[in-house]
Ligand binder design. Sequence first.
Ligand code: PMV
Length: 332
Amino acid sequence: MTMQASARSYSNIAFIKYWGNKDEGLRLPANGSISMNLNGIETVTSVNFGPALQKDTLTLNSNPAAPDQLQRVSRHLDAIRARAEVDHSAEIVSRNNFPAGAGIASSASAFSALTVAASAALKLDLEEQELSALSRLGSGSACRSIPEGYVEWIAGEDHESSYAISIAPPEHWDLVDLVAIVSREHKPIGSTTGHRLAWSSPLQQARVIDAPRRLDICRAAILARDFPVFAEIIEQDALMMHSVMLTSNPSLVYWAPPTLTMIKAVPQWRADGIPVSFTIDAGPNVHVITTSEYVPVVRQFLKDLDGISEILAAGVGGKAHLIQPAADGASL
Ligand code: PMV
């Protein structure tokens, strides 16, 4: 019996952010979050379990992974192996199609693809909800890359009740994320440490208490395709998360000068009549959100700014899914 499967999963960008856990071990978030999957910004992962394998191995973008990366992946596989009551080691081969060092976090697409591939390889036959909760154990935001399109992560109270659901399919609204990559990249503090530091900011409580309001506004704006309301709430949410980061101890300053340039420019473009908005994760890159019709205009505006080395574009992505790899592994 083969115990092999491959899966593809898309990264996602949060509009209402996840920052801080109420349970670190289980990655139960302090607040719910809302995101969209990013079509084409993806990870493809193959997992092959075998009784003859001595230990887990991980190949990332054709190179052996660093020990800490392998350890995190092995720990995640342990959770899946425990459910399947199998203790075979695995050979994992994973590839991201986005440029390394571009500051695009890969943990969401990586842990969702790994979860879908590994649970299928072990014949677990899980529902979407269970796949989402399991992905969450590897990386919180990974749970949002399991369902399709526009997604909400219900914070929940325990492992089973903390998972993401689709609130609208990709075709509901043609939003596009233009990821403006900022040239001078700083080595970021990883989000696992960042989530822990969030509670050292006196602003975190206020951010979390206000989250249901932001979630309601954002969800309703997406469902109604109301760009002005959507734009204001996602910018406020991103700035609230960065206010927490800036006031943590130690302070986390993820912005670089071009980040601030865009924080000021994007609302100005919107005031001039362009449906455009920004959000920022744990790094200096700015995710500039617009509708497909305005992509050429906004792309040109961004090109005219200083300090942007590259612009990636992604529409709304589908769900994580199993794929049939070519026999020679060519699709990886
Ligand atoms: O899933 P993690 O632990 O990499 O955390 C993601 C944190 C942010 O990207 C900053 C926000 C989010 O909701 O995706």
